[in-house]
Design a protein around this ligand. Structure first.
Ligand SMILES: [Zn+2]
Length: 347
């Protein structure tokens, strides 16, 4: 942030978000969530704790937005509004849950039903297929019992060392980028040898926390739940060859459609950050006919995003999202602190 932007930010804060809201609140927000777990299960994790929100907190946020006169809408409605097919007379919130964890059904659905809140669950097919390589969990467990990780693939060999688990977790971003860069065809083999896991152990772990196809069908049959696609194998698409990206996106959509008997119209890029998505991928998503595709890059939603429906920003939402942050999401201060005045950062 440059000197000028610092001054503007100061002004926005001083005017308590009233000024920024006029320019940068937009129509509202899309939130990105993953798991919904009671606190006693959530607290078993350290590195991955914030991947889960408690049911109580989810309910608290829903009530918070309702109290602020926000309207919860589906991504279909958001898409229609962006296309000018419908009007919205209130600010809006869309909820999205990534990956396809079983807790979405057990702990999330009851809250969504209770408050009649629509949501999209983006399923990465490897989860219900039992082939998911959920390395963010492998790494958390491994960091507690080892001091060194070697990732040896055809592109390079990298080594990470740590003193204790906190030291390991502080290197998670570098570890993530190293793993996401491994050609997807080699990933299973590399992870098995790096983390000392067997195929059976990986499948067992995957099946324990993932929705089954039957459960996905149950969710899909709920009127307020929309099932979206999230690639076959949860790959960082930017790091892969174009042909593979197309196959990952298209096959994910087709397989889900065949399982739920409905069209899949929405997509989320796995990981979804600047390291993971590029313009080529946005074009591919568009060519496959998705109505919307979402990123993991923060920002508010504006009418002008019509031209960027395959690259919509999403705000993270977790147990530790405080009231001040929530206000700054709504009034555009947070948007400004990340994107400045740009309403489509991702070009
Ligand atoms: Zn994901």
């Amino acid at each position: 942030m440059n000197w000028f932007e610092q001054k503007i930010l100061g002004l926005f804060v001083k005017t308590k978000g009233k000024l920024s809201a006029r320019i940068l609140a937009g129509q509202g927000l899309i939130f990105m969530l993953h798991r919904v777990l009671p606190e006693n299960e959530r607290e078993k994790y350290t590195l991955n704790r914030d991947l889960a929100i408690t049911p109580e907190k989810l309910e608290e946020y829903i009530l918070f937005f309702k109290q602020h006169d926000y309207h919860f809408i589906s991504l279909d409605e958001l898409s229609d509004w962006l296309d000018g097919k419908i009007k919205l007379n209130k600010k809006i919130v869309c909820l999205t849950f990534d990956d396809g964890y079983r807790d979405n059904l057990i702990h999330g659905l009851p809250i969504l039903k209770k408050h009649q809140v629509p949501a999209t669950i983006y399923v990465t097919n490897c989860l219900p297929n039992g082939t998911g390589l959920l390395w963010w969990y492998y790494f958390e467990e491994f960091a507690n019992k080892a001091n060194r990780l070697i990732l040896d693939s055809s592109i390079r060999k990298v080594e990470f060392c740590w003193k204790d688990s906190n030291d390991a977790f502080s290197q998670f971003q570098q570890v993530s980028e190293a793993i996401k860069s491994i050609p997807s065809i080699e990933l299973r083999h590399v992870l098995k040898s790096s983390f000392g896991l067997t195929d059976e152990e990986m499948e067992k772990h995957c099946r324990e926390i993932s929705l089954t196809w039957d459960e996905i069908k149950v969710l899909s049959d709920e009127t307020m739940i929309n099932i979206g696609a999230h690639t076959m194998n949860h790959v960082s698409v930017k790091q892969q060859e174009s042909e593979l990206v197309k196959v990952e996106m298209l096959n994910s959509k087709l397989e889900i459609e065949s399982k739920i008997g409905k069209k899949v119209a929405h997509f989320a890029y796995p990981f979804g950050g600047e390291f993971d998505v590029c313009e080529r991928d946005i074009k591919i998503a568009s060519s496959l006919g998705f109505k919307t595709s979402t990123l993991n890059q923060p920002g508010n939603i504006f009418k002008t995003n019509k031209s960027r429906k395959q690259a919509l920003a999403r705000m993270p939402l977790g147990n530790r999202t405080e009231a001040e942050r929530m206000n700054n999401y709504m009034n555009g201060i947070y948007h400004f602190s990340v994107n400045g005045f740009k309403k489509e950062k991702y070009s």
